[in-house]
Each structure stands twice: as structure tokens, then as C-alpha cells.
Design a protein around this ligand. Structure first.
Ligand SMILES: [Fe+2]
Ligand SMILES: [Fe+2]
Length: 279
């Protein structure tokens, strides 16, 4: 079994600062890393799908390095709209994948157990929306044609309309071109995204797109067109993508915080369920 943990939208701030006044993103990122380290089955890799920092500040990247250094497995990063390719590339030039990326954009492949990760860079400097561009899409087309290993494609901006209007305005602008490239490839088992700070599943190009919630604050679920973007503290979570050759990829949600339990399912002493024969 291959197990990949996906954490996203950490929005780290310089040490000692909170994000948007009330979100202690630095603490929550540390807790997410601790939760992964406490898993009984150790993931083979961790994929961070963007918005690692909140403001592309070198101090935020430095803190990210410090927090991620606790992870004992390979960590693969892609930028979101709050990062920049240049800033992340400079801060993590020794990280797997980024090390091999050519040019400023951080797209690359990595073999993780039985699957292949294809990491894409949708960052557009200074803009909140995402775009891959023709050079990267040509590379993706060639790359997907090279191998039929089960493939997970990671990209920060979701290529589907989520139904949350203010987020759909800042989605992936060349999603149609991405769909054309991906559709013919049956071995693409997932499109792994972030950006929306909510768990979302949708079809894309005949594949399954899973969008992971943030390990910090979440987006208020709102389908109205005239509503402003707001956040809340619904449970911080991350995904565990489990791959087995027989079943393919199964995506589980795991939580950053701990909750009451575990409790056994059997009943109290002397209490019987309807239909049980008393001893
Ligand atoms: Fe984000
Ligand atoms: Fe984002």
C-alpha cells in the first residue's frame, strides 16, 4: 500500500504573528505535522498543495522549513497564489522535485511507491487566480504519455467550478486546456487541489478531483453571488490518499485536532441489544 498525506493552505506568518488577526496558522501547521507523525501507518510522502505562506515572506518560508523538517518522509511542494514560484523555489531549492524543476516554474514528477506524482505550478505572480500556460501544458501532455503508472496530479487551483461564486472567480483560467490534456489518460487517478479551504469532490475530465480542506482556517460555505469571502474554524483537516494496485486510489479525510474516543462498539455489561439472547 502506498500512502500519501496531502496538507494544504497552511498560510504561515512570520513567527509570533497570527493570520488575519485570529488564525494561529503557525500553531495549526505544527499540529498538522504532529498529527501526521502520530499516524499508525507512516505515509510514504507528504504533498503540500500550495499557500504554504500567506504573504510570500522569506520569514514565512523559513518557518515552513523549520516545521516541515520534522517530517521524516519526502515532502513535495507546489506554490499557491499566496506564494510565488520564485520565493518557494529559492527557499526550498534542495527539496525533492523542486531540486529537479527547470526554470522558475515548479512543475515536476516524483515516483512514490506504486504511484507517480505530477506536481503542477498554477501561480500567476500578483494574481489570485491560477494559470498553467501552454509551456507547462505541453510538458504535462508529454509527461503523461511517458508512463502508465497510476498518477496523481497536484495543482493548487481547482480546475472545476465549485459553486462558491467568489472562489470560482479566482479558479484555474485554463482549466479547459488542462481537461483536454488529461482526458485521454486513463492512468490519471486523481487531481489533488487546495485553494478553497473546504473538502470538495467533483468530476473533471472524466477523472476524480479531490480538494482538501485547509490545515488551518476554513471558508464559510456560501452559494450566493453577492457574498464576501469569510472564514471560520470548522475542523482543520488533511487528506490521506491510499493506493493499492487492486483498488486504485481511495481518499480519506483525517483531522488535525483530536476528538473524544475511541470507544468500543460493544454494549455496557448487562445491557443487551434487541434480538440478543441474554446469557
Ligand atoms: Fe489558501
Ligand atoms: Fe489559494
Amino acid at each position: 500500500m502506498t500512502l500519501i498525506a496531502q496538507i494544504t493552505d497552511l498560510h504561515l506568518r512570520p513567527s509570533g504573528l497570527t493570520c488575519y488577526r485570529v488564525s494561529d496558522t503557525n500553531m495549526l501547521a505544527e499540529r498538522a505535522v504532529n498529527a501526521i507523525l502520530a499516524l499508525e501507518h507512516r505515509p510514504d510522502a507528504v504533498v503540500v498543495t500550495g499557500d504554504l505562506t500567506d504573504r510570500d515572506d522569506p520569514r514565512e518560508y523559513a518557518l515552513a522549513r523549520h516545521i516541515l523538517a520534522k517530517l521524516s518522509m519526502p515532502v513535495y511542494l507546489i506554490p499557491g497564489n499566496h506564494d510565488t514560484s520564485v520565493g518557494m523555489g529559492a527557499a526550498f531549492s534542495d527539496y525533492p522535485g523542486i531540486k529537479e524543476a527547470s526554470g522558475e516554474k515548479l512543475y515536476y514528477t516524483a515516483d512514490i511507491g506504486s504511484v507517480r506524482l505530477v506536481a503542477l505550478d498554477s501561480n500567476v505572480p500578483g494574481k489570485p487566480h491560477g494559470q498553467l500556460g501552454t509551456v507547462q501544458l505541453d510538458w504535462l501532455s508529454k509527461t503523461l504519455g511517458e508512463s502508465d503508472r497510476p498518477t496523481l496530479v497536484a495543482v493548487h487551483h481547482p480546475p472545476v467550478m465549485t459553486g462558491i461564486p467568489h472562489m470560482d472567480e479566482i479558479g484555474l483560467s485554463d482549466a479547459d486546456s488542462l481537461a483536454e490534456v488529461i482526458a485521454p489518460h486513463d492512468h490519471v487517478e486523481r487531481i489533488m487541489c487546495g485553494h478553497v479551504h473546504r473538502p470538495i469532490v467533483a468530476a473533471f475530465a472524466g477523472k476524480i478531483m479531490t480538494l482538501a480542506p485547509s490545515v488551518a482556517h476554513q471558508l464559510v460555505l456560501e452559494f450566493n453571488h453577492d457574498t464576501r469571502s469569510m472564514f471560520n474554524f470548522e475542523p482543520a483537516a488533511y487528506f490521506l490518499h491510499q493506493h493499492t494496485p487492486l483498488v486504485g486510489t481511495v481518499t480519506h479525510t483525517a483531522y488535525v485536532e483530536s476528538y473524544p474516543g475511541p470507544y468500543p462498539f460493544w454494549s455496557d455489561e448487562g445491557v443487551t441489544w434487541p434480538g440478543d439472547t441474554p446469557e
